[in-house]
Design a binder for this molecule. Structure first.
Ligand code: LAC
Ligand code: ZN
Length: 479
């Protein structure tokens, strides 16, 4: 476990401060017991080096309580780290400077399903999938689809601007955020946006908040846009001899095929095998070099069929060995479950790994695979790869060579990452498409953001959080 960031000076959480917190929040939800603090010291990043213990965990129930906590933290100079389900992958919810972790477990209510406006109002601690479970019978759905959809909280999705598997057609979280209630870093409760489809009244603050990784405000209420639930959905599983041939098809589906699918997910052989072993599942031709999972949805069977026929044909023309069609929920869920569990499976295979989420413009995605092969050879590391190929966002995973000592691994990993990030930048891409910078990638921001760009971000942060108490040590350093 890393020691607290030496960068900033904060005061410790003393017993009198714990007592004050227990006056603001029900004392049963102010936690200082070391064993109970441990689960709040990390997120889903595999490497233990990215964890850090909080001094206290507080589970508030209302925005008013959060406002009081933030005012106290400003007076006492204590950092606060907001935390959703802890399913993040960049250390965003890890209290790298110690202090207070603010957990949203108790703020888990769907407050309103507004069918007339096709919107829902939810608290940040609602599990994202619960939203869809609550609205499906009304013929509505929320289009955000992070792979952790069954465990992650919607508040974390907003803070990280989560992407996921359906971004090609439906975009990412930001497209669905209509309004936010936010506690500012100095403790005021303010609203941004609302149920209006159009609104140019002042700065678009809600979009500044989306993806700010908990550094600019604490989200306490979210208005999300809902869509009519498509009536038909079909998945294709296309098998290819190798990664290059599978990836080469991806941009063509949209250009030559003229179809915008819901999803185009890529899985190389190592990824499929790891996830199938982990789930004790079998997919046809598990030995294929790579697979594409392509989803098409819509309201009319004939239209959807025409689309997936065109996509299937294109896959065959471009080297697919076989294309399977899954048109029933059970089979679709089996395939998607293999896809959703790859990251978890790799954690079991090796805890010494770095899960990346680099992103390049879609047309450049075929050029990314040779770069990964080059890096794998150059540094003698395995780089299994899977991800949201259709939007250019791939999860290359750098895995420690079993022959390398831990010292060698720790020396090698930053070199590999710098090489990978530079290659991605040269393809017009960037270092994170959906997991965020957090503490994990902070030291690499300079590779993709100029000093003037970083300073612009720092100025915003300094202006709204003068004591730098809100999720410090994330994205960039302020001083
Ligand atoms: C996924 C996570 C790792 O796509 O983003 O599986
Ligand atoms: Zn992903």
């Amino acid at each position: 476990m890393v020691s607290k960031s030496p960068f900033y000076k904060y005061n410790p959480v003393t017993q009198p401060i714990v007592d004050k917190l227990a006056q603001i929040v029900d004392p049963r939800f102010v936690i200082t017991d070391k064993e109970k603090l441990e689960p709040y010291s990390h997120d889903e990043v595999a490497d233990q080096g990215h964890s850090c213990m909080p001094e206290v965990v507080v589970k508030p129930r209302t925005a008013e309580e959060i406002s009081e906590i933030v005012k106290l933290a400003n007076r006492e100079k204590i950092p606060i780290t907001p935390r959703g389900a802890g399913s993040g992958l960049s250390g965003g919810a890890v209290p790298v400077c110690g202090g207070i972790v603010l957990s949203f477990e108790r703020m888990n209510q769907i407050l309103e399903i507004d069918e007339g406006n096709m919107m829902a109002v939810v608290e940040p601690g609602v599990v994202t999938n619960e939203i869809n479970n609550a609205i499906a019978s009304k013929g509505l759905f929320y289009a955000g689809y992070p792979m952790s959809v069954e465990t992650c909280f919607i508040g974390g999705n907003v803070a990280e601007n989560a992407g996921g598997g359906k971004a090609i057609k439906y975009g990412v979280t930001e497209r669905y955020i209509m309004g936010l209630e936010v506690v500012t870093p100095t403790g005021e409760i303010i609203n941004m946006g609302g149920k209006r489809v159009k609104d140019v009244t002042g700065y678009n603050l809600k979009q500044l908040m989306v993806g700010s990784e908990g550094t600019l405000g604490i989200i306490t209420k979210i208005i999300i846009k809902l869509l009519p639930l498509p009536k038909v959905k079909v998945d294709l599983l296309a098998l290819f001899p190798d990664a290059r041939s599978a990836i080469a098809v991806v941009p063509k589906i949209m250009t030559a095929g003229g179809v915008i699918p819901t999803a185009v997910e890529f899985m190389d052989q190592l990824s499929v095998r790891a996830s199938c072993d982990y789930l004790n599942e079998h997919l046809p031709y598990q030995k294929a070099g790579a697979m594409l999972l392509i989803e098409v949805d819509g309201n009319y069977e004939e239209v959807v069929q025409r689309d997936y026929d065109a996509v299937g044909e294109l896959c065959f023309k471009n080297g697919a060995i076989e294309v399977y069609v899954a048109d029933n929920y059970t089979t679709q869920e089996r395939i998607w479950s293999v896809r959703r569990n790859i990251a978890e499976a790799f954690k079991v295979v090796s805890p010494h790994q770095s899960l990346e989420d680099v992103v390049v413009p879609t047309a450049s995605i075929p050029d990314l695979i040779p770069e990964l092969e080059r890096i794998s050879k150059k540094f003698k590391v395995q780089v299994p790869c899977y991800g949201h190929a259709g939007d250019g966002n791939l999860h290359a995973t750098i895995v420690k060579d079993p022959d390398d000592s831990m010292d060698e691994w720790h020396k090698k990993l930053p070199e590999v990452l710098e090489d990978l990030y530079t290659a991605v930048k040269n393809l017009g891409g960037t270092i994170s498409g959906e997991h965020g910078i957090g503490s994990k990638r902070k030291d690499y921001m300079h590779l993709v953001a100029s000093e003037a760009e970083l300073e612009f971000m720092r100025k915003i942060k300094r202006a709204v959080d003068p004591n730098n108490i809100l999720n410090p040590g994330k994205i960039f350093d302020v001083i």
